[in-house]
Design a protein around this ligand. Sequence first.
Ligand code: ADP
Length: 315
Amino acid sequence: MSISLRNVRKDYDQQTKVLENVSAEVQTGEFFVIVGPSGCGKSTLLRMIAGLTPITDGEVRINDQVVNELPPKARKLTMVFQNYALYPFLSVWDNVAFGLKARKLSQSDVQQRVEHALKMVNLTDFSKRKPRELSGGQRQRVALARAVASDAEICLMDEPLSNLDAQLRIKMRQEIYQLQRKLGLTLIYVTHDQVEAMTMADHIMVLNDQHVQQIGTPSEIYQNPENEFVAQFFGTPQINILSAKRSAKNHHLLTIGSNDLQLALDEEVPRDQLRVGVRPDEMTVSSAASSVDANAVVKNTEFLGNETIVYATPK
Ligand code: ADP
């Protein structure tokens, strides 16, 4: 089940223009992550794919069929939300079975699917419990089980892990990834967390400022960011962005502060007002013989065990 977005636009009203010209191809069985800062329109885009929010302009296709006018039910997809959306008075089992019963499946079919889904997410022993008797991670697993049981080939997830603590997020990240691979789901996953995007995605779409900034594999996005926003959004600690210009002495030298840097610069790179991005892990630190020889001043250091972060400004 592939998904295609073509020049999708969304204005909630004249004042609230959220997305413009969003195009993307999501292949069958792919883990596709939509990432961007809070408020950039990620949920809106996901809801438009689901059919929960109307599209202002453009096309959404599922398996090459335009679905703009199709109601959510007819799109054959399932959704997992941040707040789990569980029924508090129903048991785990009944929460998973709920959607299936509404679809009028036979009792044995429902039984089989719920059993299978609970097994997939390791909740078989919890089937009689109510949501309030579960931990946050277990509740999210019930929501995942519901997606598994639905048998839909497309699953949309909106920040499913953001209510969980840091350690549990890492664990659930792996569980979702393994589940997606095992089931061969086409999964579109929304998050504001660049680490989640980098660790799970086959392809990442970076959204900001109403536009798609870049679509690529995690390594393409990290190594060849399309612009400064993308470069700064990925990587901890953040990429260094330094002002620079071409050296007056030699066109192939770049001057940053009082330092000249030998770089193979193309002729078309302008002379002045350059911005240079350097990932922290591409830099090495050595101590200078005297402060006169130093090319940077250390402001602060943070010892983290396996690495030490050095904050410095160029001289
Ligand atoms: P994200 O998921 O990236 O945090 P959203 O898609 O939730 O962003 O919201 C994008 C923008 O659209 C925000 O400015 C938000 O206030 C606005 N917005 C979201 N839903 C509605 C709505 N139903 N009506 C009007 N504006 C909305």
